[in-house]
Design a protein around this ligand. Structure first.
Ligand code: ADP
Ligand code: 5GP
Length: 201
């Protein structure tokens, strides 16, 4: 019998490199998938509906809240973001690890709701480097960058609520740490009780 997949919550200030690290990780880890969130934020150039996000109106988002369609959701920097329940359970049951790339308020909702979820925080090497990365991406106005930096300072204070922290100085090293965490978590005795019961018969 296949073990259930891990629900991995991956948080870190916007611009730290979550997307970059996750994309690289998924290239080499076919046992894992990324959950696609819904958001009311406008798409950035190059983003496609259904790939990076499901881009929805505020009305549609609120309808999904009322229908209990989200595993978690939060308001961030003036927009709503949420993890659709749809498919997460099905993928976990099929043995796939599901990664939720979400901010800290949503992560704490998962902590309340989902026993056994794994909480990984990705931090920038410094606040200065974080600002450089957000500016370097060139997708936000200066006003939004300042807002996001303020939010980042509060988010960094939440690291203590996570199980693991990865400092993203080099993408390759950060991806390796993420893989190490996934592999160690999958080897935990408590996650392998089916095998243990079978082998001890
Ligand atoms: P997030 O998903 O956390 O918002 P992104 O993955 O979009 O962040 O990364 C923000 C910017 O930082 C991008 O331009 C990306 O290429 C760059 N970046 C990510 N990781 C690193 C790294 N380890 N070193 C240098 N630049 C990085
Ligand atoms: P961005 O606008 O840069 O794509 O995302 C802004 C923040 O929202 C990031 O920290 C990102 O991880 C977070 N985020 C993306 N999807 C979700 C989601 O479904 N739920 C929550 N709570 N946060 C999300």
């Amino acid at each position: 019998m296949k073990n259930r997949g891990l629900l991995i919550v991956f948080s870190g200030p916007a611009g730290t490199g979550k997307g970059t690290v996750c994309k690289e990780f998924l290239k080499h880890n076919s046992d894992s998938v990324l959950s696609v969130s819904a958001t009311t934020r406008a798409p950035r150039p190059g983003e496609t509906d259904g790939k990076e996000y499901f881009f929805v109106s505020e009305k549609e988002f609120k309808k999904m809240i009322n229908e209990d369609g989200f595993l978690e959701y939060a308001s961030f920097c003036g927009n709503y973001y949420g993890t659709p329940k749809y498919k997460v359970e099905e993928k976990l049951e099929a043995g796939l690890n599901v990664i939720l790339e979400i901010e800290v308020q949503g992560a704490m909702q998962i902590k309340q709701k989902v026993p056994g979820a794994v909480f990984v925080f990705i931090a920038p090497p410094s606040k200065e480097i974080l600002r450089e990365r957000i500016e370097g991406r060139g997708t936000e106005t200066q006003e939004i960058i300042d807002k996001r930096m303020k939010i980042a300072e509060n988010e960094l204070k939440q690291i203590k609520n996570y199980d693991y922290v990865i400092v993203n100085d080099e993408v390759e090293k950060a991806v390796k740490s993420f893989e190490d965490i996934k592999n160690a978590e999958r080897c935990k005795v408590l996650r392998n009780m089916n095998f243990i019961q079978e082998v001890c018969k």
